[in-house]
Design a protein around this ligand. Structure first.
Ligand SMILES: CC(C)(COP(=O)(O)OP(=O)(O)OC[C@H]1O[C@@H](n2cnc3c(N)ncnc32)[C@H](O)[C@@H]1OP(=O)(O)O)[C@@H](O)C(=O)NCCC(=O)NCCS
Length: 212
């Protein structure tokens, strides 16, 4: 399985976090906490943003050693190294489920410009592309608070289907919040940045030229 995947989108390189991203990650989170906090359970109790990054990096290191990773922490970076968005696959389960939970958030100064759509399309390419370029998953799901209109729009734009309604699903901002459950299956996905046969070429192009 490819652990250093880099996907070139129109304006970002979407890739796993690295140790050198810690300061940029903390800057990203601090600048955007007012946007993210009502919708996402971050940071978990007792962790500051540096601690959150350290924990995510530790999980990624564990994944490098594991044949079947359980978490994939991706960021979208511009050519200056600034983080524009965070795009995660978590709770990855393997046979017979082959499923993951997707999460996304963008920098507060960069909303409304299609960056989440770009990053989620790249994340789904990575989730569904067969190894060694992706994880080869069968299903990706995402839960969204019903009043989070921009995120619901992102889910629709990236091809998720509404599957159901989950009362009191996740504790966010101290409250058990209802969520709409969305999902997408591999056979419903159209590749944007990694093609079926051309994925190797696309990934190596991204490695060679991580520009905007
Ligand atoms: C949700 C979030 C990731 C969207 O990021 P983004 O880069 O602005 O998303 P995009 O620009 O790709 O798409 C947003 C879409 O929502 C639409 N939108 C924005 N506000 C809206 C509103 N109040 N009602 C309806 N649609 C709205 C935009 O017009 C756009 O759709 P369009 O392309 O058809 O015009 C960002 O707002 C964010 O980080 N929010 C906080 C964290 C969060 O909610 N994460 C998701 C948890 S499930």
């Amino acid at each position: 399985m490819r652990q250093d995947s880099m996907i070139q989108t129109e304006r970002m390189v979407v890739r796993p976090i690295r140790p050198g991203d810690r300061d940029a990650f903390v800057r990203f989170e601090e600048a955007s906490v007012h946007l993210h906090a009502p919708w996402q359970p971050i940071p978990p109790a007792g962790l500051d943003f540096g601690g959150l990054f350290d924990r995510a990096l530790e999980r990624m290191k564990h994944n490098r050693a594991a044949r079947k990773p359980t978490d994939y922490r991706m960021i979208g970076v511009d050519e200056s190294g600034a983080i524009l968005g965070v795009f995660n696959l978590s709770q990855i389960c393997w046979e017979p489920f082959c499923s993951a939970v997707a999460g996304w958030r963008v920098h507060a100064e960069w909303t409304g410009q299609g960056l989440a759509t770009e990053g989620v399309n790249a994340l789904l390419d990575f989730a569904f592309a067969p190894p060694p370029h992706g994880l080869g998953l069968h299903r990706v799901q995402a839960g969204i608070i019903p009043t989070n209109a921009p995120s619901i729009r992102v889910a629709h734009k990236t091809g998720f289907r509404r599957e159901g309604y989950c009362p009191r699903y996740l504790k966010i901002a101290g409250q058990w919040q209802d969520h709409i459950l969305f999902a997408k299956l591999a056979d419903e996905h159209t590749f944007h940045y990694l093609e079926d046969e051309d994925s190797s070429e696309a990934a190596s192009d991204a490695n060679a030229s991580p520009s905007k």
